[in-house]
Design a protein around this ligand. Structure first.
Ligand SMILES: C[S@@+](CC[C@H](N)C(=O)[O-])C[C@H]1O[C@@H](n2cnc3c(N)ncnc32)[C@H](O)[C@@H]1O
Length: 256
């Protein structure tokens, strides 16, 4: 899988690609990441990559030509393999677990990181296949969004996490019916007068699994009830799950 990243700040990626468990994915080439700076494709002594917006207004706009030359070079380097060209943008489709799973099962993409007020629209109209957003807020550039996508994709690759399959126990994973993750505890057993749920110290794996399932259900019902409803619609909730949720609803009603 190969990702080519177009960025005016390739140096931001250096520590990211060399840190944490996902480092293995990048270093081994399992997830190959190539960085390209449109400034290297810009003209003149100043290698200008931006200019003022037509029509006036604040900020600068990224020039289409250095971006186009940079992208053409990448497409040729990839032997025009049909990889999608993705722009990170607040107007894009929001990245979620299903999206990350799709990217992680694919063969990569060209990721374009915007800066300033954004890119000349004519470049977008000519080259961009998809736009992806990290959420309803504005970043200073697409680099953090690109790193978020790369990180989420890398940790899903086989052999990247220390504990094989541990990502399947993470929030949103279909293996956990798309629910949120349960709380976790570690040593010491008593921390600042707070203990650990007794069941976790019991050694009874069936009870521990039931407790974790109920914690996931309770947390998801509280924070993201639509995810519980999705699991219900998909027929993923057992009679035991439903009985637990009914008890939970009753408890909340009594406390209100
Ligand atoms: C300062 S932003 C431009 C914001 C743009 N003028 C707007 O209001 O939609 C500069 C760049 O950061 C990136 N960016 C900002 N917010 C983002 C988000 N929520 N998701 C993904 N990329 C984002 C985009 O690549 C964008 O071109």
């Amino acid at each position: 899988m190969r990702f080519d990243v177009i960025t005016l700040f390739p140096e931001l990626f250096t520590p990211f690609l060399a840190s944490g468990v996902t480092r293995r994915a990048y270093e081994s080439g399992l997830v190959e990441v190539k960085l390209w700076n449109p400034r290297d494709f810009a003209d003149g002594n100043y290698r200008r990559v931006d200019d003022r917006p037509f029509g006036g207004g604040p900020g600068m706009v990224m020039l289409a030509e250095p971006l186009a030359l940079c992208l053409e070079k990448i497409l040729a380097d990839r032997s025009r393999d049909g990889a999608p060209v993705v722009l990170f943008s607040p107007i894009g489709e929001k990245l979620d677990h299903a999206g990350v799973e799709n990217w992680s099962a694919g063969s990569g993409a060209v990721l374009v990181c915007g800066r300033y007020e954004g890119l000349d629209q004519r470049f977008i109209d000519t080259y961009i296949d998809r736009q992806v957003s990290l959420g309803d807020f504005v970043l200073s550039g697409g680099e953090i969004a690109a790193m978020a996508l790369l990180d989420a994709v890398a940790r899903l690759q086989p052999g990247v996490l220390n504990d094989e399959g541990s990502h399947q126990l993470d929030s949103f994973n279909p293996a956990l019916d798309g629910l949120l993750d349960c709380p976790h505890y570690t040593r010491p057993e008593s921390w600042r007068d707070q203990g650990v749920p007794q069941v976790l110290m019991s050694g009874n794996h069936a009870h521990i699994e039931r407790w974790r399932r109920e914690q996931r259900l309770a947390l998801t019902q509280q924070q993201r009830p639509e995810l519980v409803q999705n699991a219900r619609t998909a027929g993923q909730l057992t009679a035991g799950d439903e009985a637990f949720l009914a008890r939970l609803a009753k408890d909340i009603e009594l406390k209100a």
